[in-house]
Structure formats: structure tokens, C-alpha cells
Design a binder for this molecule. Structure first.
Ligand code: ATP
Ligand code: MG
Length: 574
């Protein structure tokens, strides 16, 4: 591609509403253009990258024997009614009516549609196992579309669905896709972690999220560098570091006067006690009932995990409810002497605590010397506080690392969640009808493009790793008007193209400064600079990430480049 003919418009302007680097750089480099909130156009430069991601994803899905289909995006309400999701999905579902007033939606995901497809053909045990997938535009009316294509309202997803006749085979299908996703991440050059994810109401241990590590990620994950354990916040299991608050004090309970002192901070200050002696007692309400939660005074509740554990959204109770449950106003709740019998859940670290301080369930009073076991017992003990730096891995005891990540893929064993309501059955060898076991697997093709940039950029622009680079190499021809420079540039350009290399030749009549700035911004992995040094017969080959810079004879340039290129490719092969 000759730059002067390329539909490419870079910009120096930093877009105002773009909060993260990938969003800014994709707009500035002319990869995408915003049409409307959460809706983007992919321009030639960006589309090249999108197609590269798509190709890797397709190759890896095909490799595990998955078969590609293309389902409609415009979907009838009837199928969504069968599973109840028409009503459950809420506002994220784009709903519309056709001219006959029939209700329809734009597909945010395709479980219903694919289940309907499979049930209309695959009726015998011989038709399974089966994995179908598609790469298609999805629509979700996100509450807060942001970060460009990372959280868009229209985006490209590869969604796959597995169908099996028994648990064993379903698990095999699950791990096949899991491995395909690992290969996809490696081939894209991602630094990533696979984390155990919550399976919500379905249960089981078959859900994983593929997280690309990035400071701007919306997800928090914990991982252990020693044993490889990794989980997202909803599932995070760890041991809290600071156990010293488990004071060995078995004295009698003592009631102390703490007028108007309600928070751990206030009471600790007032009593001149260490904050790490406190048990924080929180009263919650939820659709599944009210409950009391006990955590160490200095810690915070892992809200996502709590909701997941309870099985619905939870919230801190109203003042009235607090009075009803504890018999005192807000700020004096404690595990001993609650007025009403409710479910009591404690953080696992509360187990064995002696000599703790908490509210007395009486206005203006707290209790000292509380011992777990002696003075109260919780109904359940779970790991429910947020992890902190210094906490330990639950599996091996090494220190955990907390990082941020972008979820690019999600694998999920569905079981019979869709086959049951939609009656997807097969006839077994003995003639009996049984429900099919399903799995679903999504990977965000367009999100991956932005995730790659989040992970690899500098203040000048994008730094593409070779597998996703929009071109393999950019030739910067510094003075294309010069006969000799033009001749050599054209020759190298044509020879590389003949060898199957994707080349962008910047032969524009603009200043070297503009050319270098654009080249840094667009971030193509390799560059070949043809300029003044040509007088000595030399051209320069370099890498955008700064790891390579060498002068070669112009006559050797093509061969030297091909050598370096082949070596680089190997770094990403699986
Ligand atoms: P998130 O928690 O980020 O909203 P999700 O759990 O809704 O993601 P899934 O339904 O599992 O996502 O979809 C599969 C994949 O599709 C995600 O892992 C992600 O890569 C991609 N994806 C989901 N929502 C969006 C979006 N709004 N914009 C771009 N990609 C998305
Ligand atoms: Mg979502």
C-alpha cells in the first residue's frame, strides 16, 4: 500500500472524551471513527488489525473441530420468550418492532438461536459432540458505553456453543475451547491470566475468564506467581496477612461507654485501642433475606463476591431494619446479643478471634474481650473481604498479586440451562430421550484489538506486536523525489510484496518529522528507513519497540528483513 493512496487520516488532536490510551490512539491513528455513542466505524488501518484477530480466532476454533455458522443478528422475540430471557435481559437488549408490529431484538448473544438450530436437526446421540461458532456483530445497549471499542454498543464477538450427551464429554469440549483460547491469547502476543470466574446460580467450577493484564482494565484479579492460582474478585480465595488482631485475651466481656462513637475509627480513637482488634458488624438486606456480616475492622467487604454468594443483589440495611435486628441505632451493632435471630455470616478470619471489640447492640455502648466460639458463633464462615497487598495465596501461602485486567474471553459450562426450557433432547443408544449438555464461549474480537494497544504503547503511539500489526513493515522513504531513493524504495517495496509481506510505503511529499511521527503513532512492528545513508549504500531496519536497529546494505535489505521477520513470527507460534 502506498501511503499517498491510503484512506488514512491521522490526527494530533487528543480526543476529549477518550479516557484510556487505546481509545485515544485508535482515534488518533485513524483506525476507527466514532459514529455515535458506543458505535464505531472501522477504517482501513483498523480493519486490517480486526481481520488479523479474526483470522487467529477462526484458525484456532477450526483447529479444535468447531464448525463455523453465521446466524442472523435480527431475532424474533419468540425464542427469547422460551427461556424467559426476553423479560430478564432488561435494557441492555435492543428491542424493536417490524412493520407488522412483531417484536424483535438485535442479538447480544445467541444461546436461544443456536439451541433452536441444533434441536431442529441433531436428534440422535450420533449427532454429538458438536461445537458451532460464529464471528458476528453483537448489540448491547450498555449503560455506560466507554473506552471506545472496549465497551461498545455494537461490537464483534466470536461466540461458540458446545453440545454433548454426557458430563464427561461436555467437560472435554469445555477444555478444548479453553485450550483454543489460550492459543489465541498467545498468538496475539498478550500478557494474560486465565482466572476462575463465578458460575453464579449454575454452579460448578467450569467458568473461566481470559484477562489481558492492563492498568486500565475494569476487572480486578488476584494471582499467585508461585503456584499459578488466579481468580477474579468474585471468586478470590486467600488468607489475610494480618492475623495479629486475634489477641489472646479470654477475659470476661466488658461493656464500655462510647457516646456517639460509631465507626471503627472513632471508637478505636476514643478507647485508645488498636483498630485491628475490631469486628465490623454490618447489617444487610436482600431478596433472599436479611443477614449480619462480620469482618475484621480494618477490612472492606468484597461486594461482588458477597452478591454472588447470597445469590442476588445485597445492600446495607436501612436504619429501621438495623434497629429491628440489633435493637440499637446505626453504629453499635455487634455479634453478641443481637435482638433478632438472623443469618450470621463471618469472614473466615473471624474464626478463633479472642479479645475483640465490637458494638454492644445498645446505643452508645461497645463490648470488649469478645471471643468467637465462647460469645458467639456465625452460621457460615467464608472468605468475604477484599484482598490486599501482602495477603497470602489460599493454595500455597505465597504472597498474592492484585492486578487489573481486561476480560477478552469467557468460557462457561451451561449444563442444561438452555436445553431444558427449549427441549433440546437426543435419543440415546437405548432409545431414551435425554437433555443435551451445553457450554458457551465468547471472545471479544473487537475488544482484543484495543486490549492489545492497552498492553503495548508509549507516549508516541501504538507498538504493534507482529501478529496483529496492520502491516508487517513500513518503508519510510525520506525523499521520494530523489531518483535513487525512489528507485531503491520501489524495489524493496515490490520485492517484499512479492514475498507475501504486507508493506506500507510512505512516499508522501511531507517532512521527515511528519513521517516519523505518523510512523510512531501507527506503530507498525518493523520499519525500513531509506534516506541520506543511501549515498553510502545503506538503509536502516528497526523495530517500533526499540529492540532492534541496524544498518544494512540496500542490496541485502530484503533478505535481511525476511530473516528477522521469520524469527519474529516464531515468537508467537504455538
Ligand atoms: P463485560 O463483563 O466486560 O461486560 P460480559 O461478561 O458481558 O463482559 P460476555 O457476555 O461473556 O461478556 O461476552 C463475551 C466477550 O465479548 C467478552 O469477554 C468481551 O470480550 C466481549 N464483550 C462483551 N461486551 C462487550 C462490549 N460491550 N464491547 C466490546 N466487547 C464486549
Ligand atoms: Mg457485559
Amino acid at each position: 500500500m502506498r501511503y499517498s493512496e491510503f484512506f488514512l487520516y491521522t490526527s494530533r488532536e487528543v480526543p476529549k472524551d477518550a479516557e484510556v490510551p487505546s481509545h485515544r490512539l485508535m482515534l488518533r491513528s485513524g483506525m476507527i471513527r466514532k459514529l455515535s455513542s458506543g458505535i464505531y466505524e472501522w477504517l482501513p488501518l483498523g480493519f486490517r488489525v480486526l481481520k488479523k484477530v479474526e483470522k487467529i480466532v477462526r484458525e484456532e476454533m477450526d483447529r479444535i473441530g468447531a464448525q463455523e455458522v453465521l446466524l442472523p443478528a435480527l431475532l424474533p422475540k419468540s425464542l427469547w420468550k422460551e427461556t424467559g430471557r426476553w423479560d430478564l435481559y432488561g435494557k441492555e437488549l435492543f428491542r424493536l418492532k417490524d412493520r407488522k408490529d412483531s417484536e424483535m431484538c438485535l442479538g447480544p448473544t445467541h444461546e436461544e438461536i443456536i439451541t433452536d438450530l441444533v434441536r431442529s436437526y441433531a436428534r440422535s446421540w450420533k449427532d454429538y459432540p458438536l461445537i458451532l461458532y460464529q464471528i458476528q456483530t453483537k448489540f448491547r445497549d450498555e449503560i455506560r458505553p466507554r473506552f471506545g471499542v472496549l465497551r461498545a454498543r455494537e461490537f464483534l464477538m466470536k461466540d461458540a456453543y458446545s453440545f454433548d450427551i454426557d458430563e464427561k464429554s461436555a467437560e472435554e469440549s469445555y477444555w478444548k475451547v479453553y485450550e483454543a483460547y489460550e492459543r489465541i491469547c498467545k498468538r496475539c502476543g498478550f500478557i494474560y491470566r486465565v482466572v476462575e470466574a463465578s458460575t453464579g446460580l449454575i454452579g460448578g467450577k467450569f467458568s473461566h475468564e481470559f484477562m489481558v493484564i492492563a492498568d486500565t482494565g475494569e476487572e480486578e484479579i488476584i494471582s499467585c506467581m508461585n503456584c499459578g492460582y488466579a481468580a477474579n474478585m468474585e471468586k478470590a480465595e486467600f488468607k489475610i496477612k494480618d492475623e495479629k488482631w486475634k489477641m489472646e485475651n479470654e477475659k470476661e466481656i466488658e461493656e464500655v461507654y462510647t457516646p456517639e462513637k460509631r465507626t471503627v475509627e472513632e471508637v478505636a480513637g476514643f478507647l485508645s485501642e488498636n483498630k485491628n482488634k475490631f469486628i465490623k458488624t454490618l447489617i444487610y438486606e436482600s431478596e433472599k433475606g436479611d443477614f449480619v456480616l462480620l469482618i475484621p475492622g480494618e477490612r472492606e467487604v468484597n461486594k461482588k463476591k458477597l452478591d454472588d454468594y447470597i445469590g442476588c443483589e445485597t445492600k446495607l440495611a436501612s436504619e429501621d431494619k438495623i434497629v429491628e435486628i440489633t435493637g440499637s441505632p446505626l453504629g453499635f451493632a455487634g455479634p453478641v446479643g443481637l435482638k433478632k435471630k438472623v443469618r450470621v455470616i463471618a469472614d473466615i478470619s473471624i474464626k478463633g478471634v479472642k479479645g475483640a471489640i465490637s458494638g454492644a447492640n445498645k446505643k452508645d455502648y461497645h463490648l470488649k474481650n469478645i471471643c468467637e466460639g465462647r460469645d458467639f458463633v456465625a452460621d457460615e464462615y467464608i472468605n468475604i473481604v477484599k484482598p490486599r497487598k501482602g495477603d497470602k495465596c489460599a493454595k500455597c501461602g505465597s504472597e498474592i498479586v492484585i492486578s487489573k485486567g481486561i476480560e477478552v474471553g469467557h468460557t462457561f459450562k451451561l449444563g442444561r440451562k438452555y436445553s431444558e426450557p427449549m427441549n433440546l433432547k437426543y435419543r440415546d443408544k437405548d432409545g431414551k430421550e435425554k437433555l443435551v449438555i451445553m457450554g458457551c464461549y465468547g471472545i471479544g474480537v473487537s475488544r482484543m484489538v484495543a486490549a492489545a494497544i492497552e498492553q503495548s504503547h508509549d507516549e508516541k503511539g501504538i507498538i504493534w506486536k507482529l501478529p496483529l500489526s496492520p502491516f508487517d513493515v513500513e518503508i519510510i522513504s525520506l525523499n521520494y523525489k530523489d531518483e535513487e531513493i525512489k528507485k531503491v524504495s520501489d524495489r524493496i517495496y515490490n520485492e517484499l510484496k512479492e514475498k507475501g509481506i504486507d508493506v506500507l510505503l510512505d512516499e508522501r511529499g511531507v517532512s521527515p518529522g511528519i513521517k516519523f511521527n505518523d510512523c510512531d503513532l501507527i506503530g507498525i512492528t518493523f520499519r525500513i528507513v531509506i534516506g541520506k545513508k543511501l549515498k553510502e549504500g545503506k538503509v536502516e531496519i528497526s523495530k517500533r519497540d526499540g529492540s532492534l536497529k541496524l544498518e544494512v546494505n540496500e542490496g541485502d535489505a530484503v533478505n535481511r528483513f525476511l530473516e528477522i521477520y521469520e524469527k519474529e513470527i516464531k515468537n508467537f507460534s504455538v
